[in-house]
Design a protein around this ligand. Structure first.
Ligand code: NAD
Ligand code: DAU
Length: 339
């Protein structure tokens, strides 16, 4: 395993993973294959320009011809699939692209893995496929019960991965990660939205009563977990990947404000997300048995994340224009006016 095609490698977690791999495996080559949707950003990879172990191909994972050409020309032996439409709120507005990329696109990549006899196909999935978990913690054998178009699409992608393992022997693994935070996260997701809004003294729109809970993990820990599964995971297996520590959204918002020295009056409760899953929770014993453990507490992860956004306005300020403002108006305009 030395020549990795990292799909979605210009996005948040994918670009962190590219850096992680190049830093930890000095003999590996990485090809980022990315469509550069609104969430893809070459600024995330700009320090790698000219690196002989890195190449970039702009392409859609639904484009079978270009996927195959890339695998062939770059002598790829492993695909790690991060490419996806990823924002739950957008999946409620426009589910079609989620089904296309997260299900059909995964199938196209699996076909390439099968045709070229790749050593490994790794699917980056999410804890959201379990659906809302009001009590206890999900184990990997629990049934999938997704409730949003996003999580249903991710579950569909996972089912294709499993089918290709069982039916065609494609050596595939899956990780189900919890909420990531850290550098290069597009400011539509709650944590970077709250941080960048707070810096600008804009409202922090907290959905519902703010008591929904998420397991926020530092993106670098997630990358390390994927790397562990790539090297020590067993084909055909699924691994949960999170910290096991839950934080209420309102507490996360308050901590962001505290870290930035901003007043709590910036918090605005707004109309809830339809079908909002109250809670996810992961039992991560299986990946811990491979030697992985989370290195950051929630407080450390949030502090590092806040510091990064404070220090890197060049990265996010230009994103909060154009298409982003259209989306923001559509998602929050009415909600914030109702206050
Ligand atoms: P992101 O939205 O930041 O990035 C997605 C990337 O995929 C972008 O670079 C985009 O251009 C690319 N992409 C989208 N459609 C494509 C297509 N058809 N062909 C090629 N490239 C395409 O996403 P993220 O938050 O970094 O998430 C990465 C993966 O991890 C996703 O599969 C997501 O479901 C999963 N995941 C995310 C989290 C999280 O908290 N963000 C947690 C668990 C799992
Ligand atoms: O759990 C893993 C998932 O985490 C990933 O699979 C998804 O790709 C990723 O987007 C994320 O999904 P969430 O829906 O949990 O993340 P988001 O940042 O959108 O929301 C986090 C919580 O904050 C959630 O309970 C909804 C709430 N929220 C979100 C936004 C955008 C708000 O209260 N206000 C907001 O404006």
């Amino acid at each position: 395993m030395k020549r990795l095609m990292i799909t979605g490698g210009a996005g948040f977690i994918g670009s962190n993973f590219v850096h992680y791999v190049l830093e930890h495996h000095p003999d590996y080559h990485v090809v980022v294959y990315d469509k550069l949707t609104y969430a893809g950003n070459l600024d995330n990879l700009r320090d790698l320009e000219g690196n002989p172990r890195y190449a970039f191909v702009r392409g859609d994972i639904c484009d079978a011809a270009l996927v195959e050409q890339t695998v062939r020309e770059h002598k790829i032996d492993t695909i790690v699939n991060f490419a996806a439409e990823t924002h739950v709120d957008r999946s409620l507005m426009e589910p079609g692209s989620f089904i296309q990329t997260d299900v059909y696109g995964t199938y196209v990549l699996l076909e390439a893995a099968r045709k070229f006899g790749l050593e490994r196909f790794h699917q980056v999935s999410t804890d959201e496929v379990y659906g809302e978990v009001l009590d206890g913690a999900s184990v990997e054998t629990d049934p999938l019960a997704p409730r949003s178009p996003y999580s249903a699409s991710k579950a569909g992608g996972e089912h294709m991965v499993h089918a290709y393992f069982v039916s065609f022997g494609v050596p595939a693994t899956i990780t189900r990660g919890s909420n990531n935070i850290g550098p290069y996260q597009y400011p539509e997701k709650a944590v970077p939205l709250f941080i960048t809004n707070a810096i600008d003294n804009l409202p922090l729109p907290v959905y519902g009563d703010g008591t929904q809970m998420r397991d926020y993990q530092y993106v670098w820990d997630h990358c390390e977990g994927i790397d562990v599964v790539l090297h020590k995971g067993v084909p055909g297996e699924v691994y949960n990947l999170g910290t096991g520590v839950e934080t209420r959204n309102i507490d996360m918002a308050r901590q962001v404000l505290r870290l930035l020295g901003k007043p709590e009056s910036l918090i605005q409760y707004v109309a809830d997300r339809p079908g909002h899953d109250r809670r996810y929770a992961l039992n991560c014993d299986k990946i811990k048995a491979l030697g992985w453990q989370s290195r950051h507490t929630f407080e450390q992860a949030l502090e590092k994340t806040v510091r990064w956004y404070v220090d890197n306005e060049w990265w996010w300020r230009k994103l909060k224009t154009g298409e982003y403002l259209e989306y923001y108006k559509r998602q929050y305009g009415e909600r914030l006016r109702q206050r």
